[in-house]
Design a protein around this ligand. Structure first.
Ligand code: ADP
Ligand code: MG
Length: 257
């Protein structure tokens, strides 16, 4: 059984009495310890696909199809169950960590809240776990950085903090939606290296979303190419790069800088 299975997922948005269809029947799986890249140009439906796995799309979305985690259906699951899944099973990191961190809270407070919420840790136990998590993601002198505010960190450090928070609950699946897009190239490489290492050591499945094929070749075991709300081609990373079958994949590969 796959860790995450998405079957014939369709997502439309109600707007002015009409339905705008953003995702037209997408299917893929992510196994434990595997990195699957969802690749496509801006607007192709990558984020909508990712957000609908844990019902994060809001009221105007109409979602059909099936999403299972460890075989349990999530589409249409009760709100309580979905909160539990978001807390324990499927974690997210997004492109711009500044919007996900609270600018008024220290690092300790941000991570304490996520630990308390998900694992019932508090006090000294929580503090120790926070320091360990921050060190795990490569924040040096973590114990002395606990009182720092998000604006006192670099973009790369903020993304590391977001990864620490996403790991706090030991998820089975980590969904990273363009996690390196806002970072400069050197920092981007460091974050990719960190994600690859974490995936190896923690054994989680990683759904890595990007518009950048260069990033994919470094990190993914398999690639799904998405265009206009459909997966037009998928396969092992090497095959997609060496022998792309779909015109659109060839176009994406040719357009690489
Ligand atoms: P990507 O992540 O691949 O850049 P998205 O998944 O964000 O693309 O968007 C796919 C399509 O769905 C786009 O046309 C976008 O405008 C539309 N869309 C996304 N979110 C909403 C929403 N909340 N309401 C209406 N349309 C949306
Ligand atoms: Mg997106």
């Amino acid at each position: 059984m796959s860790k995450l299975t998405v079957r014939d997922l369709k997502v439309g948005f109600r707007q002015d009495g009409q339905i705008l269809q953003a995702v037209h029947g997408v299917s893929f799986t992510v196994e434990q310890g595997e990195t699957v890249a969802l690749v496509g140009e801006s607007g192709s439906g990558k984020s909508v696909t990712a957000l609908s796995t844990v019902s994060l799309l809001g009221g105007s979305a109409e979602v059909e199809g099936s999403v299972t985690f460890d075989g349990q259906e999530l589409i249409g699951a009760p709100a309580k169950r979905l909160r539990q899944v978001r807390g324990n099973d499927i974690s997210f990191i997004f492109q711009e960590p500044m919007t996900s961190l609270n600018p008024l809270h220290t690092l300790e407070k941000q991570i304490t809240e996520s630990l308390a919420l998900h694992q019932g840790l508090s006090g000294e136990a929580a503090r120790e776990r926070i320091v360990a998590l921050l060190e795990r993601v490569g924040i040096r002198d973590a114990a002395s950085r606990l009182t720092a505010y998000p604006h006192q960190l670099s973009g790369g450090q903020r993304q590391r903090v977001m990864i620490a928070m996403a790991l706090a609950n030991k998820p089975g699946i980590l969904i990273a939606d363009e996690p390196t897009t806002a970072l400069d190239v050197t920092i981007q490489a460091q974050i990719l290296e960190l994600l690859a290492e974490l995936k190896r050591e923690e054994g989680m499945g990683l759904l890595f979303i990007t518009h950048d094929l260069n990033v994919v070749s470094r990190i993914a075991d398999r690639v799904c190419v998405m265009k206009d709300g459909r997966i037009v081609e998928s396969g092992p990373t090497r095959e997609i790069f060496d022998n792309p079958r779909h015109d659109y994949t060839r176009k994406l590969l040719a357009a690489r800088p």
